[in-house]
Design a protein around this ligand. Structure first.
Ligand SMILES: [Fe+2]
Ligand SMILES: [Fe+2]
Length: 180
């Protein structure tokens, strides 16, 4: 079971690595983000841009009944949820190590992630802190507060069912992010 799960995660990792966003995708992105926010989006590794676009497509499908403004914030959050990772770019092999360690050593991964982002712990710190960093970067680029909150919370424990609109949007974002 756990081996199957790791295999799935690694396949997902390799697929994302070679995927590239299409011109049409980038047009949708630019209709949701201001030029400053677009610049943030482009700071991400290409495979992360593609992952973010896939998450945006998935939440767009899953949020049909939601009013237009919060829905656009959900899409913005999907596009920028991992932008904090661009603060300290992580090497390919480090990303693969994180995938494996999260499966086998989740407690340690959390502890290592609380250190300073230097030395061998750097990739673990990025994995843990990127939601907070990304939320700050997005806020500085004028992303609306609802989208910023979703970015900050995207790796938190899932919200309780029956919460408010923000919790509902967070559930959609987390579901798409875990799948893709
Ligand atoms: Fe993330
Ligand atoms: Fe993600």
């Amino acid at each position: 079971m756990i081996v199957g799960r790791i295999g799935y995660r690694l396949r997902q990792f390799w697929r994302a690595l070679y995927a590239r966003p299409s011109g049409g995708d980038l047009e949708t992105v630019s209709s949701l983000l201001t030029p400053a926010q677009m610049a943030l989006f482009h700071q991400m590794h290409r495979s992360e841009q593609t992952h973010s676009i896939q998450v945006m497509r998935a939440v767009s499908q899953a949020s049909q009944g939601i009013p237009d403004e919060p829905r656009r914030d959900l899409l913005r959050a999907a596009l920028l949820h991992d932008v904090g990772k661009s603060r300290f770019p992580v090497r390919l092999w480090e990303r693969a190590v994180i995938v494996l360690c999260k499966a086998f050593l989740p407690g340690e991964v959390e502890r290592w992630g609380e250190a300073q982002p230097s030395g061998w712990r750097r990739a673990f710190v990025v994995a843990q802190q990127h939601p907070a960093w990304g939320a700050q970067m997005a806020a500085e680029a004028g992303v609306p507060p609802l989208a910023v909150a979703l970015i900050r919370r995207h790796q938190d424990q899932p919200p309780n069912p029956g919460g408010g609109l923000e919790d509902r949007l967070l559930q959609l974002l987390q579901a798409a992010d875990h799948e893709l």
